[in-house]
Ligand binder design. Sequence first.
Ligand code: HEC
Ligand code: HEC
Ligand code: HEC
Ligand code: HEC
Length: 227
Amino acid sequence: MKLHSRKGAVATALAFSLALAALAASTFTSSPSSTADAKYIGADKCKNCHKVDENGNQFAHWEKSKHAQAFAALASEEAKKIAKEKGIEDPQKADACIKCHTTAFGVAADQIKKGFDAAKGVQCEACHGPGENHMKARMAEAAKNEGKKERVQVPEGEIITKIDAKKCESCHNSESPTFKGFCIHRFGAEQKHWDPRKDRAADTLICGCSGKEGCKHTCDDKCGGKK
Ligand code: HEC
Ligand code: HEC
Ligand code: HEC
Ligand code: HEC
């Protein structure tokens, strides 16, 4: 008898979780709000919404950074010299160089939106993942709450925000002909473009530190002297 009622409970629980799974599957197909099936749209699209000074102006910060110049830098004399030693004629056309100096290298053409400009270098989506679905979701939301100014917390997964040192090190590594080391504390602080309105207390930052103050570690105390 005891066994029987337990079986019933298991069956009910199973039916319930199947119903939940079906619900999850249907919400997933009806709401396109994940980077998983999104296309790369390019920094010029992000600019439309992320160029507001009070919100941290991520676009202006990026535009001034070396990431924005990463493709252009491949046309410099220095780049040509490095390339020549490797038997490469034009670094801007060589996979061996553009793999780290552009965004979405190796991604299938149908995952890249028309108008995406690879010449813009290491763009937002190199770290945040493809942004098409995020843009669409935010446009739909903005159309609903016209004039609303408070910060919105976007659903988890709509755009990538958990970016750790491994992501950076996929390009910042000894395969780079100019590599002199990579320290997340120094490089992370330099490329930081936080939104001052965001409550960060619960966040894990790329250096492993938490809180509004950000990372106070130096390269020496966390990276074993590695710069
Ligand atoms: C139509 C406007 C719009 C466009 C285009 C847009 N965003 Fe956003 N984005 C938002 C809004 C709104 C938020 C929520 C924060 C806020 O209220 O400012 C947000 C939040 C974010 C966040 C923070 C998410 C979090 O959980 O803290 C990231 C990262 C981000 N966007 C990256 C991008 C990137 C990269 C692009 C381009 C590929 C992009 N956005 C394009 C409107 C937009
Ligand atoms: C594994 C990724 C990677 C590859 C492959 C790569 N680079 Fe780079 N490149 C970087 C990174 C990261 C930097 C920033 C400095 C550093 O840490 O090396 C950089 C910096 C540079 C700079 C200095 C730019 C400046 O602003 O002074 C030049 C020039 C350059 N790379 C040329 C090349 C050329 C030419 C090739 C192809 C032969 C190439 N890179 C291949 C990642 C890479
Ligand atoms: C897609 C490859 C790629 C990724 C991912 C990447 N970077 Fe870079 N980064 C580069 C290249 C290439 C350069 C050199 C551009 C140049 O000098 O023209 C660079 C330059 C920089 C610079 C300027 C260095 C200098 O010598 O002044 C900083 C700081 C930096 N990156 C930080 C980061 C951080 C932090 C992350 C991770 C959150 C990251 N990068 C992720 C490719 C990348
Ligand atoms: C080199 C990697 C890299 C690039 C390129 C990059 N970001 Fe970020 N972005 C980050 C990291 C790392 C964070 C902080 C995530 C965290 O620690 O919470 C961040 C945070 C953000 C946030 C949330 C603000 C906050 O306080 O956390 C927005 C919005 C954002 N980025 C937009 C952009 C836009 C728009 C671009 C291009 C114009 C861009 N990012 C380019 C790595 C990058």
